[in-house]
Write a protein that binds this ligand. Structure first.
Ligand SMILES: [Zn+2]
Length: 326
């Protein structure tokens, strides 16, 4: 029912990461080839049920019921414990695996159960797999969320492991020269910055509308905290244009939908679905224009009195639709 039949079981994995030297990187998606988006049912395996641990399935189910032309779900390989420890402290990784000490295992802000470990290895592995696919195809994604607040020593803000940092460093390990992380989640990406700030080959462009996890950007990284909706898209555009002279080989896009005005966690009055659709067009058009491979993830997005589950799924589908380029 989720398009994960036998023919699709050739899992996308980091082993498929190609060389990323100069012209070996595809300029953009091959014409007519579907955009591959990683998802397995393990992404929603934890017992604690709320948006971050369930919406990947909501989006996957919506694609089964109402496909987006040019978007294909594919399974991915989960991360190994050693891959997680590339970024996170072994004591914290052990806590997430075993549940003890419980306070550390639940430091991201929701209840631990034995399936959490499998869930976060799968959903963080989706980011790494999406990067590998983007480097081959030009654009790819993963229905992952709960990434950008996670620290080396603990979780934060519903984020257990920081798959953005893990995927960025793995790409560099395997030959990518320079990585751009665009974080447009409503909240600041302080976890990612704490893990990667100062890395000479990684640039973080962060435009937030809520000061949660605010940080002082260093080393040329930028963080804009937008307080008025009319400045939202111009700020993103100005920051993208400001990178016009820079050369990147990979973009990781944390495509949070929680800036939406009806999101109870992060929403800013005046940011509506149309504005977020234009945001997605802005980002993906810029990547296409720069011939920059882009791997996106869902990131934040929460149900509230003015935004039901179908409405939230519709917002995340904006990213998938624009990624497909159709
Ligand atoms: Zn957020």
């Amino acid at each position: 029912m989720l398009g994960l039949g036998a023919t699709a079981l050739a899992a996308v994995g980091c082993d498929a990461l190609p060389s990323a030297q100069g012209s070996d990187v595809p300029a953009q998606r091959s014409h007519g080839r579907p955009v591959r988006v990683c998802y397995t049912p393990d992404y929603v395996g934890s017992a604690h049920a709320f948006e971050t641990t369930r919406k990947a399935r909501w989006v996957a189910d919506s694609l089964a019921a109402e496909p987006i032309a040019g978007v294909e779900l594919v399974p991915n390989i989960a991360l190994t414990e050693a891959e997680v420890e590339r970024v996170h402290a072994p004591a914290y990784v052990s806590a997430v695996r075993t549940g003890e000490p419980r306070a550390l295992a639940e430091s991201q802000g929701f209840g631990w159960d034995p399936e959490l470990w499998r869930m976060v290895l799968a959903s963080n592995g989706g980011v790494t797999a999406a990067v590998a696919t983007a480097l081959a195809d030009g654009v790819a994604g993963s229905l992952s969320s709960g990434l950008h607040h996670a620290r080396r020593e603990h979780g934060a803000g519903f984020c257990t492991f920081n798959g953005l940092a893990i995927a960025a460093l793995k790409a560099l390990d395997q030959g990518v020269k320079r990585v751009l992380i665009i974080d447009l989640d409503a909240h600041c990406g302080g976890g990612t910055h704490s893990l990667l700030a100062g890395h000479p080959s990684i640039h973080q462009l962060d435009v937030a509308v809520d000061e949660f996890d605010r940080y002082q950007p260093t080393g040329g990284n930028t963080l804009d905290l937008v307080g008025v909706a009319k400045l939202y898209l111009p700020t993103i555009q100005r920051r993208l244009e400001g990178l016009g002279h820079e050369r990147f080989d990979l973009c990781l896009y944390n495509a949070g939908m929680d800036p939406h005005e009806h999101c109870p966690v992060g929403g800013l009055s005046g940011i509506d679905q149309d504005m977020l659709a234009r945001r997605e067009k802005l980002v993906f058009s810029w990547c296409r224009q720069k011939k920059l491979p882009v791997a996106f993830v869902l990131a934040g997005g929460y149900i509230g009195p003015g935004l039901d589950q179908a409405g939230l799924v519709a917002l995340h589908r904006l990213t998938l639709t624009e990624a497909s380029g159709r």
